[in-house]
Ligand binder design. Structure first.
Ligand SMILES: Cc1cc2nc3c(=O)[nH]c(=O)nc-3n(C[C@H](O)[C@H](O)[C@H](O)COP(=O)(O)OP(=O)(O)OC[C@H]3O[C@@H](n4cnc5c(N)ncnc54)[C@H](O)[C@@H]3O)c2cc1C
Length: 371
């Protein structure tokens, strides 16, 4: 049986859900085709940090818009997604790290961005008393924060289905063919036809891109996380540190979530990730150096999730130059959770108008074409 639609979204992660949501609310007949189940990969394993801090300058404009959206996320998906804005910090442990932060601060101010602020030792201690006293200062973004990943997934899924989107789980895309002005998408659950397609297939998005003639070189990364047993309230913001792989925060339940650049291994064919305990130990060491009080806290679980990651670690968010009606949305490189609400709106612009007023010129797919 062939299902006829306006837009087929490939990939049931948060970016696929967000794109489908905006398209359906604009009156489009949309289906999401997901090979496994919604949230199976990166979006189900995310740390859900909501961060404008320390972004590549090319991402800052859309990240700031996304941050405004997070502050009113309940009006968008009908749930607050567990979002709290307790700030994100990038700490300088030693004096020789501080100039890097001063430079970053000067650069963002010169570009006209005001979300980042430079603070010294006293303010840092006042805001994060649990931090080791040797730390000398930080750049911070006070409006940043973190959300609850599973509530976010559920909220986006509910909102998307309420807007009329049909989600097909267990519907892996096998092939895509052009049929007149339409695309026929072959899956394990039959064929789907639509004039427009959104490629939001995460770590496998290069395979989908190749099916429509965009042959790209995209790497991938397998970000890792540690979660600990519950402890008494210790800190509210999310804390990273210059020169070490660390993102450290405490959930409402009291567990500590430790990640931030810790990389495991991925087997894309088998759709599996593997935790690298040597790397993980570096993250745990950074955490106990910065927060000596957590020295004896027990690790409960570790995991890794994979997604595509171009060399420049910028997303691919654009119309295909080759394939009419195809929009790519992938390559979020371990920091795409925060961008979810705005990227859905951008994809909808691209599908419906063929352009967007948002600044996405650095996110074109042709920068990754194979020679
Ligand atoms: C451990 C970890 C921590 C992170 N922490 C943060 C953070 O603190 N802050 C932040 O901003 N970001 C963070 N991220 C990144 C963020 O989670 C991702 O950028 C985001 O979830 C990517 O969503 P996605 O929809 O693009 O990809 P995914 O969620 O991976 O979804 C892609 C989907 O496509 C499906 N698919 C693939 N091939 C096919 C096919 N052929 N047919 C049909 N379906 C297919 C897959 O099954 C998958 O479900 C983290 C990621 C990880 C793994």
């Amino acid at each position: 049986m062939t299902k006829e639609l306006d837009t087929i979204v490939i990939g049931g992660g948060l970016h696929g859900l967000s794109a489908a949501l905006y398209l359906a609310r604009a009156g489009r007949k949309v289906a999401i085709l997901e090979r496994s189940w919604v949230g199976r990969h990166s979006s189900g394993g995310t740390a859900a940090g909501v961060r404008t801090l320390n972004r590549d300058p090319a991402e800052i404009p859309i990240s700031l818009e996304a941050m405004d959206m997070w502050h009113r996320i309940e009006t968008i998906v009908g749930d607050d997604c567990g979002f709290h804005a307790h700030g994100q910090f990038e700490v300088a442990e030693f004096e020789h790290h501080f100039p890097e932060l001063e430079e970053r601060y000067a650069m963002t101010r010169a570009m006209g961005f005001e979300n980042e602020e430079l603070i010294g030792r006293d303010e840092l201690r006042r805001l994060v008393p649990a931090l080791a006293p040797h730390c000398v200062g930080a750049i911070i973004a006070r409006q940043d924060g973190a959300a609850d990943p599973h509530r976010t997934l559920q909220a986006f899924r509910r909102a998307t289905e309420a807007a009329g989107v049909t989600i097909y789980e267990g519907a892996g895309v096998i092939a895509i063919e052009q049929v007149g002005i339409d695309w026929r998408v072959r899956t394990e659950q039959g064929n789907f036809v639509a004039p427009t397609i959104v490629n939001a297939a995460g770590a496998w998005a290069d395979k989908i891109a190749a099916m429509v003639g965009d042959n790209v070189e995209v790497g991938h990364k397998a970000s890792m996380m540690i979660v600990t047993e519950r402890i008494a309230p210790l800190l509210k913001p999310v804390v990273g540190v210059v020169g070490r792989p660390l993102s450290f925060k405490q959930t409402h339940q009291g567990t500590l979530l430790i990640g931030g650049g810790l990389k495991g291994k991925a087997d894309l064919e088998a759709q599996r990730t593997f935790v690298d305990f040597t790397q993980l130990a570096r993250g745990a060491r950074a955490a106990t150096d910065l927060f000596p009080a957590v020295d004896k806290v027990r690790i409960v679980r570790t995991w890794a999730g994979m997604e595509s990651s171009p060399k420049d670690e910028l997303p691919v968010l654009c119309l295909s130059p080759n394939a009419s009606g195809v929009v790519h949305s992938f390559g979020y490189s371990g920091h795409g959770f925060q961008l979810v609400p705005v990227c859905g709106a951008i994809v909808a612009d691209l599908i419906m108008q063929g352009s967007t007023s948002r600044q996405i010129s650095s996110f074109k797919i042709d920068r990754l074409y194979k020679n």
